[in-house]
Structures are given as C-alpha cells and as structure tokens.
Design a binder for this molecule. Structure first.
Ligand code: DOR
Ligand code: ZN
Length: 343
C-alpha cells in the first residue's frame, strides 16, 4: 500500500465560524493541520484585538482534547480600522494579519471596504509595521460579470496597491484565475497566493453542467477549465509563492440547497486528502509538502512544523453530511470516494 509522509501542513485560510458550527467543524481542521489562519468574517466581524483574543479562546475551548492546534487570528479591515490597532497587531503573538473584503463581495462582507483608495493610509500602516494584508480580490460592481470580478480587481486595484506599497506583504486569497496566477508570478516575493482544493479539482461544469450543484458554489466562483489548469500548474510548480488555503466555509445544508443559496464549500473534513488527489493526478505528489507545509510558514515568517502526518492510499467514502440533529453540513464530494486517507 502506498503511503506518503510529510511535515504536518497548516491551513492558511479557513472559516470555522462560532458557537455550534465551530464545535461541529473544528476537529476536522485540528486533526490534520497544526495551525490555521482563521477568517474574521463573523457576525459581527472581528475588528479588534480584544474580539480576536476572545474568539481565539472560544476556538481553543472547542478543540477536542489530545489535538495540538494553534489558531492564527486575523482582524477584519474596515474604514474605521486605526493605525494604532495595526500597531497592536504587529506586536501581538496571536494575531497575524488583516483581511480585506471589498464591501458586498461575499458572506458577511457588508462591513468591508467600499473604496480601496480611501484606506491607503491603513495600507501604509500595514506596510510600515510589516503586517500581511489578506485580500479577497474581487470587484463588487453589479455590472461586472461574476466570472470577471477577480481579473478586474487585479487591473483596477491591485496593480496600483502593489505599486504604491512595494514592501506590503499581500496574500491574494483563493486565487481562481490564470490572471491571478500570472500576476503573483510576476510580482515581487512580497506577494503570494493561497489556492483551495475546489479550484484545483473542479471547473464550473462541476457546478452547472446538466444540473445545478450548490455545494460547489463559492466565491470567487469556480471558473472555466483553462483557469483550473493554471492553478494546478502553479500549485504543483514548487514556486514558494503558492500555498495551501482551503477556504473551507461551512454553511448549514438547507441554506445552500436554497433558492438563494450561500457561498462556500466545506472541505475541512478531507482537505489534505483532496489536495493529495489533485497533486497525484498531476503526477506531482513530491510537490505536495512544500505547498502544504513549507511555503505558508516561510511567507508568514513562522517556523515550519516538525511533526509529520501519514497519508495512505486507502479508498473511503465521504459521508452525506456532518453534524447532528438539525445541524447538517454537506461536505465537498459528499457520498463520493476519495483515494487518500490521513492516518
Ligand atoms: O465562498 C465563500 N464563502 N467565499 C468567501 O469569501 C467567504 C466564505 C464564507 O464565509 O462563507
Ligand atoms: Zn474565505
């Protein structure tokens, strides 16, 4: 039986929510990842150090005994964020970055940034204090086609941000297009990107051909095949600018199987296994460890993990749902077989 031993990976972009959903999902993340960058888009959003530390405590309380897991907290950048808060984050050992959501781009992004230019003084403070900026890179203009929103964000905002703040460290979160890959490749080593399992494994036909499959619906939306191919090439290239970020985003099943369904794919139940499938299909399993376990900590200037995980080639069937009672979360690849299993 084929096995693969790698240094324990981290998830550089995950939504674990709070309350009952947090309790239902956190073990999935904590059993495979040593650390994870926790997204701040709760209701209300995590905008202050105090909120982030309280949220961190709630997460640690929910981690089952025996699992060693470190949440890496982030703050939600708003027009009301102050340079003083940015300085506090720079000095904190628990909070690692700010997340910028364009207002209205996705789930719980109403408090996001309506005008990127207007927050340039905050980007200056992030650059000065060397705090990473995590970007949801999509424009929100109603007239802009949803499949073009990432590309247009790069042209309209990101080129200018990078020119004005050359030392600002930026993670282009959940890159979904060839244009994003090319932009990151052509930029300085201050610019990196995370890539999700769904954007490596599927193109938009998986979501839309023949029937509509809401569990593939996330934002930025899954694109056409040429973009998936560009993402796979980037992830498996060994280029240190690309690293693992699942964007696992749990929603209750009935809120996705809905006439106005929520955006977000739940992948924490099998994240490293899903990435292993994508890398294996590309004959690039030897590149999985750098993507999953080295490039992220190197970019965030954190030590690499020293523990290891073992993946075994052992087929298993993903459950239809996770959760108990009326809490039901439908995972990516529900009811389907996976080829790899973490030990
Ligand atoms: O699909 C998404 N879901 N994209 C995001 O950016 C947010 C996330 C969520 O929080 O559900
Ligand atoms: Zn996300």
């Amino acid at each position: 039986m084929k096995t693969l031993t790698i240094i324990q990976p981290d998830d550089w972009h995950v939504h674990v929510r709070s309350g009952a959903i947090l309790k239902a999902v956190i073990a999935h993340t904590a059993r495979q990842f040593a650390r994870a960058i926790i997204m701040p888009n709760l209701k209300p959003p995590i905008t202050t150090m105090e909120q982030a530390l309280a949220y961190r405590d709630e997460i640690l309380q929910a981690v089952p005994a025996g699992l060693n897991f470190t949440p890496l907290m982030t703050l939600y950048l708003t027009a009301a964020t102050t340079p003083e808060e940015i300085k506090r984050v720079a000095d904190s050992e628990y909070v690692h970055a700010f997340k910028l959501y364009p207002a209205g781009a996705t789930t719980n992004s109403d408090a996001g940034v309506a005008n990127v230019k207007a927050i340039y003084p905050l980007l200056e403070a992030l650059e000065k204090h060397d705090v990473p900026l995590l970007l949801h890179g999509e424009v929100t203009d109603a007239e802009c086609d949803i499949f073009d929103r990432e590309k247009v964000f790069i042209e309209t905002y990101l080129v200018d941000v990078v020119k004005n703040f050359p030392n600002l460290r930026i993670v282009f979160e959940h890159a979904t297009t060839q244009e994003a890959v090319e932009f990151v490749q052509a930029s300085s080593n201050k610019i990196a990107a995370t890539i999700t399992p769904q954007h490596l494994l599927f193109n938009r036909n998986a979501m839309l051909a023949g029937s509509i499959r809401p569990h593939y619906y996330c934002l930025p939306i899954i694109k056409r095949e040429k973009h998936r191919v560009a993402l796979v090439e980037a992830a498996t290239s060994g280029n240190a600018k690309f690293f693992l970020g699942t964007d696992s985003a749990p929603h209750l099943s009935h809120l996705k199987e809905n006439s106005c369904g929520c955006a977000g794919c739940y992948s924490a139940h099998a994240a490293i296994e899903l990435y292993a499938e994508a890398f294996e299909t590309e004959n690039a399993l030897d590149k999985l460890e750098s993507f999953a376990s080295f490039n992220g900590p190197d970019f965030y200037r954190l030590p690499r993990n020293t523990t290891t995980i073992i993946l075994k080639q052992e087929p298993w069937q993903v459950p239809a749902t996770y959760g108990t009672g009326d809490l039901s979360i439908t995972p990516l690849k529900a009811n389907e077989m996976l080829r790899w299993k973490i030990q």
